[in-house]
Design a binder for this molecule. Structure first.
Ligand SMILES: Cc1ncc(COP(=O)(O)O)c(C=O)c1O
Length: 362
């Protein structure tokens, strides 16, 4: 029996999202003990999560019960953290789940989603999965949005426009003026602020004023909770009700909820780590510039994109891997001569820069 005949044809041919691998797999690949692996490929937090989380998870007594489908405690805590009324807030299993849910809510088969590459790969992935059509409007030479190009790409079938700010992997933010211009078009505008805490640039306060602006956030990066999968978004009231209706009722698990509450109770600790990462980002940027043959782009996230001599990025990425240093390589036309390096601890920067100085290429 040919099982493919049963599978939605567009999923048979759909492009895969290329995910990163966990540290234990990388250590096997590099044949190095995990203590020797320098993982700078996932924009993860090199300082981990708040230590208070270990106590909170050990003390929690209700793992046998389903979590609150209305996420009441969590949304209350997020209201306090963000200053936005809890009726605008919904949590998801990472912001990845919220991207998927937004598209499930708005897309009918063949509806269009504006994607501005180079950018986060889950927007096209989830669009494809939801039966939508990705319309790419590439960023300009300096990675700014091409707002004229976006306007030109609009059709009756355009439903959603995604903008990551700071953008992954380029690190730049989008201005309020540009976002307002997009909101004025009258489609759904999703501003993905996964790296907000490293940039302090946000559009969140605008959400209650518009019916079509969504802002997404996550605990994966600044709070070191990537493994627990918890993110949230600010939604206009008119959208929030429908998202609550269509989300899986128990999507935010109890461990993640307890971890968020404990993180927000230990906010000074987490903010100090964010400040260390921001400082290290600037040091990393300077050191990368000193290497001579790399061009790092200024970043407001916890990563730095670098462009390399033409045709050399993949080979240099492999050489770094052999030394146990894992950075991100994207095999796409616009990024094939680039590497994205997550900001790690200062000693990781030093090891990376030493390795880069030893790199061999003709
Ligand atoms: C721009 C952007 N949005 C969302 C995510 C996913 O975040 P989460 O871990 O909350 O699903 C990432 C992760 O790399 C990202 O770079």
């Amino acid at each position: 029996m040919d099982i493919k005949k049963f599978i939605r044809p567009e999923l048979v041919t759909m492009n895969c999202y290329v995910p990163i691998e966990p540290a234990e797999v990388l250590s096997q690949r590099a044949k190095l003990p995990s203590s020797k692996v320098i993982k700078l490929d996932g924009n993860e937090n090199p300082y981990g999560c708040s230590p208070k989380i270990y106590q909170a998870l050990a003390a929690y007594r209700f793992y046998h019960n389903y979590p609150d489908p209305e996420q009441r405690e969590l949304r209350k805590a997020l209201e306090k953290y963000t200053g936005l009324d809890r009726q605008h807030i919904i949590c998801g299993m990472g912001s990845d789940e919220l991207i998927d849910l937004i598209l499930r809510l708005f897309l009918e088969p063949g509806d269009e989603v504006i994607n501005c590459p180079p950018t986060f790969g889950m927007y096209p992935f989830s669009t494809d999965l939801c039966g939508g059509r990705v319309v790419d409007v590439p960023r300009t030479e300096d990675f700014a949005l091409d707002t004229v190009g976006i306007r030109e790409a609009l059709t009756k079938r355009t439903k959603v426009i995604f903008v990551a700010s700071p953008n992954n992997p380029t690190g730049n933010t989008t201005t309020e003026k540009e976002i307002m211009e997009l909101v004025g078009i009258g489609k759904i505008v999703v501003v993905d602020e996964a790296y907000f805490e490293f940039s302090n640039v946000t559009m969140a306060n605008l959400v209650p004023k518009y019916t079509n602006l969504i802002v997404l956030r996550t605990f994966s990066k600044w709070a070191g909770l990537a493994g627990l999968r918890i993110g949230y978004g600010f939604f206009p009231i008119g959208i929030a009700g429908y998202l609550m209706k269509i989300k899986q009722p128990y999507n935010a698990n109890t461990a993640a909820q307890a971890a968020v509450i404990a993180s927000l109770a230990d906010i000074e600790y987490l903010r100090a780590n964010v400040a260390r990462i921001v400082m290290e980002r600037e040091r990393l940027f300077g050191k990368l510039k000193e290497v001579g043959w790399l061009k790092p782009y200024p970043s407001q996230g916890n990563f730095v994109l670098c462009s390399l001599p033409a045709g050399k990025a993949e080979e240099i990425w492999q050489q770094l891997r052999k030394k146990g240093i894992f950075v991100r390589y994207f095999d796409t036309p616009r990024l094939k001569d680039c590497l994205r390096i997550s900001v790690g601890r200062p000693e990781y920067t030093d090891a990376l820069v030493k390795a880069l100085k030893e790199v061999k290429y003709d």
